[in-house]
Design a protein around this ligand. Structure first.
Ligand code: NAD
Ligand code: IPM
Ligand code: MN
Length: 359
């Protein structure tokens, strides 16, 4: 049976970057069945919900799902559970994509586009493995309440359980094993938390270590622990010292935005959200809907195109097509193709043209 990829363009620059990604998909995987669905604000406007049962059913029936972006000030006044972001979080839970892989890879041609000096980022290739369906994002209770004196109290609950920590730790070790970069300063897996302040962080550190001692030690993959704030610092001081960073939902979110700027632009960073083998993966750029440039044809489509690359590699078992995309993006950049975020002048479709020309 033909494989299917469900496209969820979403809001803001989402549809613009997905349009270019579709051109690439039709070129490298012409037999792939493409279907479309609604998510985020686009879904709320049409159906009154940011994530419909129809979209969930379509996603579950697909081999992989590729989203553009969700969000925008247009929906600022909407109740939280109907906000565009709630659609994205709901999809992650519906597909149980607990393992979010966020590679930060600096293309040679972009070493000078980074906010850091060339020698710090040249050849950078790190992987952030972020737990995606637990932690403070989903912990109960959460809310905003009005106190007796009329002031208000907002609260969230950061929590993790042993199974949640163990399953994401296994993913991080499998990936580190495949990469084999043990000679780096924090090579192998570097697990980050705030065990010095948070009990859920202390449990995280203890459970990662316990699983390592009991089952993972024999893999030969080194394990390091680091406080999340120190990791944020080391990421700009010595980013190439890292290999695989294992983080909870919140720290992984923050550290991956930080890592994106090492690679030149947030417009370059793709991500894969994976569940257990055999279940559909969810792929999306790390960036958001970029309301400041939406509708202007300025968005960099690379993060979305590289998210297709990850879908081909991690869910669709088409490594050759994936390699072709990585090569084409690198070649286009070598020839000077740049959107505004990279200091150039190409439009979104111009960048798409430059990449297609290399395929
Ligand atoms: P953002 O990532 O949308 O934008 C941050 C900055 O980076 C902006 O200046 C933007 O123009 C720029 N940028 C982002 N992607 C770019 C691209 N492909 N090419 C060129 N420049 C790019 O983050 P934000 O402004 O904090 O959030 C905007 C909205 O997006 C919010 O509603 C937020 O909740 C949502 N958001 C969604 C996702 C997602 O859909 N996965 C991720 C992050 C934020
Ligand atoms: C991301 C985004 C999302 C997150 C938002 C839009 C819910 O920032 O994918 O990085 O916080 O996970
Ligand atoms: Mn984020």
């Amino acid at each position: 049976m033909a494989q299917t990829l469900l496209l969820l363009p979403g809001d803001g620059i989402g549809p613009e970057v997905i349009e270019q990604t579709v051109r690439v998909a039709e070129k490298v995987a012409p037999d792939l069945g493409l279907d479309y669905g609604l998510i985020g604000g686009a879904s709320y406007d049409e159906l009154g919900t940011p994530l419909s049962e129809d979209t969930i059913a379509k996603a579950k029936a697909s081999d992989a799902v590729l989203m553009g972006a969700v969000g925008g000030s247009k929906w600022d006044g909407v109740e939280r559970h109907n906000r565009p972001e709630a659609g994205l979080l709901g999809m992650r839970v519906a597909l149980d994509t607990y393992a979010n892989l966020r590679p930060a890879l600096c293309f040679d041609a972009l070493a000078d586009a980074s906010a850091l000096k060339r020698h710090l980022v040249e050849g950078l290739d790190i992987m952030i493995v972020r737990e995606l369906v637990g932690g403070v994002y989903f912990g109960q209770p959460k809310g905003i309440e009005t106190l007796e004196d009329g002031t208000r109290r907002g609260f969230d609950n950061a929590e993790y359980t042993t199974p949640e920590i163990h399953r994401i730790t296994r993913v991080a070790f499998d990936i580190a094993k495949g990469r084999g970069n043990y000679d780096r300063k924090w090579g192998g897996v570097c697990s980050v938390e705030k065990s010095n302040v948070m009990d859920s962080g202390l449990l995280w550190k203890q459970e990662v270590q316990a699983l390592y001692d009991a089952e993972l030690k024999d893999m030969g993959v080194p394990l390091h622990h680091m406080l999340a704030d120190a990791c944020a610092m080391q990421l700009v001081r010595e980013p190439k010292g890292f290999d695989v960073i294992l983080a909870d939902n919140l720290f992984g979110d923050i550290l991956s935005d930080e890592a994106s700027m090492l690679t030149g632009s947030i417009g370059m960073l793709p991500s894969a959200s994976l569940s257990d083998p055999g279940k559909p993966g969810f792929f999306e750029p790390v960036h958001g809907s970029a309301p400041d440039i939406a509708g202007q044809g300025k968005a960099n489509p690379c993060a979305a195109i590289l998210s297709l690359e990850m879908a081909l590699r991690w869910s669709l078992d088409r490594p050759d097509a994936a390699d072709a995309i990585t090569r084409a993006v690198g070649a286009a950049l070598e020839k000077g193709a740049r959107t505004g975020d990279l200091g150039g002048e190409l439009s979104t479709s111009g960048m798409g043209d430059a990449i297609l020309a290399e395929l």
